[in-house]
Design a protein around this ligand. Structure first.
Ligand code: ZN
Ligand code: ZN
Length: 212
């Protein structure tokens, strides 16, 4: 059984998720943007063995703590897609710009591509490349529990910003309708910010992508 706990981190209240395989106690953390002590305390409280870092994209609130965490615990960094290399390179400037603690540079151990799988313990998740908010944005789909970890692609009642360098509004809409909706209306998604919702709920009521 796959389980998860979402822990908001940084001043941006970014939804970092701790994800684990119940049978083995092995865990991955998705988007450790910061507040590493808070995250590690939760992981310890849950009695888990943290083995991997997974990234949806390389904005500072999602990736800012990655380099430090990887170094501290000797963890592999999985993702995002190589389209986000320039955002990784820009992490020091991002931290200055947004008043974050200095972000350590890192190199992903493994880049992710559309159709890839990631594994933790006995569990596997499917990777979809969903560009638009950033060119290298990926989402993690766990069909066994009808959940998707979508970063800043889609929110309850809203969608990701596309006014950053290499953002693309039409690409984002295509990612949502072409790669998220096929996961099914019943799929509950964990967005990068704010409350969970389901794809069915957003298809019915989201003003940016409703009726699609
Ligand atoms: Zn973002
Ligand atoms: Zn974000």
């Amino acid at each position: 059984m796959l389980r998860y706990l979402t822990v908001p981190v940084t001043a941006f209240e970014q939804n970092c998720s701790i994800l684990w395989c119940d049978a083995t106690g092995k865990a991955a953390v998705i988007d450790p943007g910061g507040d590493l002590d808070k995250l590690l305390a939760e992981i310890q409280r849950l009695g888990l063995a943290l083995e991997q870092i997974w990234l949806t994209h390389a904005h500072i609130d999602h990736a800012g703590g990655t380099g430090a965490l990887a170094q501290r615990l000797a963890l592999p960094i999985v993702g995002p897609h190589p389209g986000d290399q320039f955002w990784i390179d820009g992490l020091p400037q991002q931290s200055t710009l947004f008043g974050f603690p200095p972000a350590q540079h890192f190199t992903p151990t493994r880049w992710l591509y559309d159709g890839d799988q990631v594994r933790i313990g006995n569990e596997a998740l499917n990777v979809r490349h969903c560009p638009g908010h950033t060119p290298g944005h990926v989402v993690f789909h766990a069909p066994q529990i009808d959940r998707a970890f979508v970063g800043d692609v889609l929110f309850a009642g809203s969608i990701g910003r596309t006014d950053f360098p290499q953002g693309n509004h039409q690409q984002l809409i295509d990612s949502i309708t072409g790669r998220l909706w096929p996961m099914g209306d019943q799929t509950v998604f964990i967005p990068g910010h704010g409350p969970e919702s389901s794809f069915g709920q957003e298809r019915r009521s989201n003003p940016y992508v409703g009726g699609s």
